[in-house]
Ligand binder design. Structure first.
Ligand code: MN9
Length: 296
């Protein structure tokens, strides 16, 4: 499998108020992540892309625009999971035909599915695409996590390649990395980038890397070079910013700040609410401060 290690942006998606994808702006955002952020890869159609709020045609457009814009430059993973299995399978096949390096699927949520149902879901989707599959584990949202024995059962299938591991349970993350050295674990919480790197994650996938990929790469490289004090100070810097973004509304604030770079970033999909005018001003002030510091 040809996948770069390192920092992957979980691609933000600009939407119109009608909920359609602003294709030119999406392409500009992706181009910015590749040529200015210097990301090692892109994770398309994930939580950050608000995919679970979007309709099928928007999901397809996002996968198509991203593949065409990247044109093979950086590694690309398509998140194709959905609790509508027909939709998920059709997106899996689309990702395959568009040349994605791998797919990923959120753990099926809302209903309480058994482990064997969840395992079948992953295998069916991996086989539909015939691509390596990264299990998108985000227990805070889905209510489901995987222990080592369950992970072993998932990994018995050769196409199940690893995890996008978005959980604060770092003990299990360490156990996974050690138990399955031939598999790949991506660290999913930007706040824990340094911890994931220290434990030997292959890479990290995150929303804030749409703006701070260079900072994230420095954290990653300093940590790998053993410069812990430097890496820790930079993680603290990133976390100060993340805290402010989350307080405003993460995706809304990221979009507002990206718009300062001249790219129209559109709005968020409901039920997410757009920022109030006061929040917009706060996001702009934060963005300008970060620009002045050379972080954006
Ligand atoms: O892709 C992202 N998860 C979600 C992973 O957006 C749900 C993370 O990058 C977080 O946005 C980030 C901030 O909490 O760690």
């Amino acid at each position: 499998m040809k996948l770069n290690p390192g920092i992957y942006a979980a691609q933000l998606v600009p939407y119109t108020v009608e909920g359609t994808v602003m294709e030119t702006s999406l392409a500009a955002m992706i181009e910015r992540n590749i040529s200015i952020g210097k990301v090692d890869g892109l994770y398309i159609g994930g939580s950050t892309g608000e995919t679970f709020l979007s309709d099928s045609s928007a999901k397809k457009v996002v996968l198509e625009v991203a593949a065409a814009t990247n044109a093979g430059r950086v590694s690309m993973i398509a998140q194709i999971g959905s609790i509508n299995m027909r939709e998920a399978e059709s997106l899996a096949r689309l990702a395959s035909s568009l040349g994605y390096n791998a797919i990923s699927a959120v753990t099926p949520y809302y209903y309480k599915f058994s482990f064997s149902e969840i395992r079948d879901y992953y295998i069916r989707l991996a086989e539909a695409a015939n691509l390596p599959m990264f299990v998108y584990s985000i227990p805070a949202f889905t209510g489901t996590s995987f222990d080592i024995e369950q992970s072993r059962k998932l990994f018995e299938h050769p196409l199940i390649a690893g995890f996008k591991y978005t959980s604060g349970d770092l003990f299990t993350m360490e156990r996974l990395i050690n138990a399955f050295p031939e598999k790949i674990v991506f660290s999913g919480y930007d706040e824990l980038l340094l911890c994931g790197c220290a434990l030997g994650a292959f890479g990290a996938i995150g929303s804030t890397y749409n703006l701070f990929a260079r900072l994230a790469k420095t954290i990653w490289n300093e940590a790998r070079a053993g410069n812990l004090a430097k890496a820790r100070a930079l993680q603290a810097k990133l976390n100060d910013i993340i805290q402010q973004l989350i307080k405003l509304g993460l995706y809304q604030a990221l979009k507002e700040i990206i718009s300062l770079t001249g790219i129209e970033a559109g709005t968020v999909l409901p039920p997410f609410a757009p920022l109030t005018s006061t929040q917009r001003e706060e996001a702009k002030t934060l963005g300008k401060r970060l620009q002045a510091q050379g972080l954006i």
